[in-house]
Design a protein around this ligand. Structure first.
Ligand code: PLP
Length: 252
């Protein structure tokens, strides 16, 4: 078979041996929406749900070769990007994205695991902002990632979050989903921000339980819905509902 014509989401990211986050989580999520997945591994991590014991980076050319092969083999309708361990890997991913400008890319800019281990070299953060975010349809930072990417302190309120978001938008991404899930309060509010639209808020009750890999799940679900031809706003709305349902039932 020359080309698999079923719509696929190309997942570019790290493996997590515990299955709580990373590629395993992405594949479960995309498949639950009925799409196929193809994969470019950027790092292999040794993790339990409590700690990260080791991280092994892939060579940049190996990452780019996996992406190009996945794109040749399948009808890739969206690209979901997460853990990018080094600046050179980021540049390799950016090169492949610029060869495929019509495929929407969703970047979850993961920087640190929930157990506190850095997943990206510190000097790669500027490369991510400068060379990768302008090629993305959507970037989905949480408030900590937003602060690091803009060189700011953690946003203290809505106004501060929007100010930092606008500063990051100036770097060139077409839209941001600013995730407030880790902030305090009774509600969990994310804000969709783009240069040409009023901010759109997605508000859910905050659940008492927590779950790993929710950022992976949200960005994967958004990419899958974009691949299905949904608008950005509809894709975010559906992604939020999926994450909420999964945290409530913890089925995945
Ligand atoms: N490990 C990998 C490979 C990831 O891609 C991510 C997040 O995307 C994490 C760990 C962090 O997940 P968590 O915050 O649930 O620890």
């Amino acid at each position: 078979m020359a080309l698999n014509r079923n719509p696929h989401v190309l997942v570019v990211g790290g493996s997590d041996s515990s299955g709580g986050a990373g590629i395993a989580r992405d594949i479960e999520t995309i498949s639950s929406i009925g799409l196929r997945t193809c994969v470019a591994v950027t790092a292999v991590t040794v993790q339990t749900h409590q700690s990260v014991a080791a991280i092994h980076h892939m060579q940049p050319s190996l990452v780019a070769d996996q992406m190009r092969a996945a794109l040749r083999a399948n009808n890739v309708a969206a690209i979901k990007i997460a853990m990018l361990p080094t600046g050179r890997v980021i540049l390799a991913v950016a090169a492949v994205l610029s060869e495929n400008p019509r495929i929407p890319a969703v970047l979850d800019p993961v920087l640190v695991s929930s157990s506190g281990k850095p997943l990206v070299e510190p000097n790669a953060i500027e490369v991510m902002k400068r060379d990768l975010t302008p090629l993305c349809r959507l970037v989905t930072p949480n408030l900590m990632e937003l602060a690091v990417l803009t060189g700011s302190d953690l946003a203290v309120d809505d106004e501060d979050t929007l100010r930092q978001g606008r500063r990051l938008l100036a770097a060139g991404p077409r839209a941001l989903l600013l995730k407030g899930g880790h902030a305090g309060g009774a509600r969990s509010t994310d804000i969709l921000l783009s240069p040409d639209l009023e901010p759109v808020r997605f508000d859910m009750p905050r659940l008492a339980r927590s779950m790993r890999g929710t950022g992976c799940m949200l960005a994967s679900a958004i990419a899958a819905h974009l691949a299905n031809g949904k608008s950005l706003e509809a894709s975010v709305r559906k992604g939020k509902v999926l994450v909420f349902e999964n945290i409530s039932t913890n089925l995945m």
